[in-house]
Design a protein around this ligand. Structure first.
Ligand code: ASP
Ligand code: MG
Length: 440
């Protein structure tokens, strides 16, 4: 059995949804299809929730009506025959009635999650009606019956596996299953979600739970590219990546795959394929345990980074100094991305600046503090990159006239990270494309 996940843009237009139906029925292997909400829907639901939360019900109502019109339009082009039209209309009516009821009752955190869940519920139900109209046998699996997170918001593959296999056993004869990405139940049994972009994570968790032959993530680009196609002119898809390399790239800015979706596939040894709905025959990127040739595969950039330097002669020959500094970040639940040290100073980077003021205040007694905002982490990723001959020479040889604020080398054998000012991001990505990949 395999898993095929389609993102918002792959189901965002009626004609794209038809294409998805073709793709999921193309092979002989049984499939679990995971769908995101139609593109733009989750953002609209976030806006609706925020407006209800701040008591702006008129704006919320306008947003609900706008979204409803969008869905009415969508189904008028999706289904053509009478019983399906009625069914699709009833589904849209039911979910928008729910939103209109929420509008009238007092708001809570739990209700905001209910609002967010409507997108995936709508997309999967409408897809199911379309499949039915086409006479394609399938079963809709409610994610809320098997996908769950514990009190630390962590999914538990063990229990997901038990519940999902029970559901699948009920429908032994079926070959096609459709379920919602992103949504789940939390430890209190309420509707919750796997955070924005979480449909990839759903796909990977399901693939792990059923030991799928492959987890296919279908988007609108032909796999992970060696560089950011929005910034440099010439990029090429990377055909093969190890899980370690993919994890570095996904975390450091390559927007193609949700970083959390790596570990379930990696732990349960399910290969992940990144494929393009617009170009289904393209090879895309395969992520698996296999580490191919040594060398640089890709660069990625992570924006909105803040660097903090703590300088103190008290650090000289002292022990426990770093622990005390890290404790400050732990206290404010702020993850640290990069660190570099010298004997009298330590520099580190963060991308969550919500508690920056408090953090800086608590760091003050440790020494002189300097803060550089608007930085980017440039991450150069490849298999055993640190073993690659002359890598440092080539890397720094590629960079012309750009000051590098920090370098992190040796933390992982697959990654070298540089910190530069955001204003030099485009320039450095272009220079690296030329210097490391020979692409202009
Ligand atoms: N619909 C959700 C979002 O937009 C989940 C996803 O698309 O992966 O974040
Ligand atoms: Mg996504």
């Amino acid at each position: 059995m395999k898993v095929m996940k389609f993102g918002g843009t792959s189901v965002g237009k009626p004609e794209r949804m038809l294409q998805v139906a073709e793709l999921v029925t193309a092979g002989d292997e049984p499939v679990i299809v995971v769908l995101s909400a139609l593109s733009g829907t989750t953002n609209a639901l976030v806006t609706i929730g925020e407006n209800i939360a701040k008591g702006d019900r008129t704006v919320a109502k306008q947003e609900i009506d706008k979204l409803q019109t969008h869905y009415q339009d969508f189904i008028s082009k999706l289904v053509k025959k009478e019983p399906s039209i009625e069914k699709a209309k009833a589904i849209v009516a039911e979910h928008f009635e729910f939103l209109n009821i929420i509008l009238k009752i007092s708001f809570s955190e739990a209700l905001s999650k209910d609002i967010l869940a409507q997108g995936e519920l709508l997309s999967t139900k409408l897809f199911s009606v379309y499949l039915e109209e086409q006479g394609i046998d399938h079963e809709l699996l409610p994610a809320l019956e098997f996908m769950s997170i514990d009190s630390y918001d962590e999914p538990q593959i063990g229990s997901i596996k038990i519940r999902l296999s029970q559901l699948l056993r009920k429908h032994k004869a079926k070959k096609l299953f459709v379920t919602q990405g992103y949504i789940c139940r939390n430890a209190r049994g309420e509707v919750d979600n796997l955070k924005r972009g979480g449909s990839d994570y759903t796909a990977s968790l399901i693939a792990a739970a059923i030991s799928a032959s492959v987890c296919e993530i279908w988007t609108d680009i032909d796999g992970m590219h060696n560089n950011d196609p929005r910034i440099v002119k010439k990029t090429v898809p990377v055909e093969q990546l190890s899980f370690e390399e993919a994890a570095e790239l996904a975390y450091f800015g390559a927007k193609i795959l949700h970083p959390a979706s790596i570990w379930p596939a990696q732990t349960y040894k399910v290969p992940v394929k990144l494929l393009n709905t617009m170009q289904p025959e393209a090879k895309g990127t395969t992520i698996s345990e296999i580490s191919e040739s040594v060398g640089v595969k890709a660069v990625a950039a992570k924006d909105n980074i803040t660097a903090i330097r703590i300088k103190s002669s008290r650090m000289l020959l002292a022990y426990g100094f770093l622990r005390k500094i890290f404790e400050v970040f732990e206290k404010y639940r702020t993850p640290i991305d990069m660190i570099t040290t010298s004997e009298v100073a330590v520099s580190l980077t963060i991308d969550h600046t919500t508690h920056l003021k408090d953090i800086l205040k608590e760091l003050e007694p440790f020494g002189t503090i300097e803060v550089d905002k608007d930085q980017v982490i440039i991450s150069v990723v490849g298999n055993e990159i640190s073993q690659t001959k002359d890598i440092i020479k080539r890397l720094f040889g590629s960079i012309v006239n750009i000051p590098v604020r920090m370098v992190s080398y040796g933390g992982s054998p697959h990654n070298i990270s540089l910190l530069v000012s955001a204003k030099n991001k485009t320039k450095i990505l272009q220079q690296l494309n030329k210097g490391m990949f020979g692409l202009d």
